[in-house]
Design a protein around this ligand. Structure first.
Ligand SMILES: [Mg+2]
Length: 261
């Protein structure tokens, strides 16, 4: 890139950490170093509990000054958290109304049952109320990756369910999430929505940001950020991201010392 970014944003699953897994200590160290140089955002379809388990509980080497530069956007930026007075504070939460939630839950359960996709043996609940998002996970939130891969290898079931649910709640947005999941939100909620909000909240133009994600392909949940025009770096897992940061951090340091010289 020609200029150095003022903010680096990351997807979470398969970008900073393996899916639903804790951050590797090496990545935790790199993020702490990065936070010494620039603002950082993590944006995901997942909820804050997932951020805590995967990310925050493992960011042990970052001090309060560094954590103050970290922006958390669960559920695609319909929720926003900052580190304030030693703890993570919710700054806003664009929750669905009770009516929207009730209709979304009824639509996805009804459609899944009708299509024969409502499983009886699951790893945890199938439906989850994430406040700003309703999520259907065919095999439950805690299903092992192998079971999820086997459930819908072609993605046909997920796409069929998505279309059926969308027809039932045309005023809401129904999207494919992870390998077995379907997410329901208000219209127009995706990572581009979150990044646009972030630009206003952080006071940093999108042109001064860099986004790193593993699903920047046309069907991926990171793709809207690319369409938005943010400079993007595609990775295939956290090891890729670690390799990228190992290169980026010294460049940021060099640019900062050149600017202050
Ligand atoms: Mg991902």
């Amino acid at each position: 890139m020609t200029t150095t970014p003022r903010l680096v944003a990351f997807d979470l699953d398969d970008t900073l950490a393996a899916s639903k897994s804790a951050l590797d200590p090496r990545m935790a160290g790199l993020l702490a170093e990065l936070l010494d140089e620039v603002e950082v955002c993590v944006i995901s379809g997942g909820q804050i509990a997932q951020f805590r388990m995967q990310l925050l509980d493992n960011l042990t080497t970052a001090n309060d000054a560094a954590l103050a530069r970290l922006h958390l956007m669960p559920t695609c930026g319909t929720q926003y958290y900052r580190h304030v007075d030693g703890d993570w504070a919710q700054i806003y939460n664009e929750r669905l109304t009770d009516d929207e939630k009730a209709r979304a839950l009824a639509a996805v359960e009804g459609a899944a049952r009708e299509l024969g996709y409502w499983e009886s043996d699951t790893w945890g609940p199938i439906l989850e109320d994430r406040d700003s998002q309703i999520t259907f996970s065919a095999l439950g939130q805690a299903a092992p990756v192998a079971a999820k891969m086997a459930w819908d290898p072609s993605g046909d079931k997920k796409n069929t369910l998505r279309e059926a649910v969308q027809a039932l709640v045309p005023d809401l947005e129904v999207r494919s999430g992870g390998s077995t999941s379907v997410d329901i939100t208000r219209k127009g909620i995706d990572k581009a929505y979150g990044m646009t909000k972030l630009a206003a909240l952080a006071g940093i133009p999108l042109d001064d940001m860099l986004f790193v994600g593993d699903r920047l392909d046309e069907n991926g949940n990171d793709y809207p950020v690319k369409v938005l025009g943010v400079e993007c770096v595609a990775v295939e897992g956290w090891e890729d991201t670690a390799a990228f940061l190992t290169k980026l951090i010294p460049e940021l340091r060099a640019a900062a010392s050149a600017a202050s010289a």
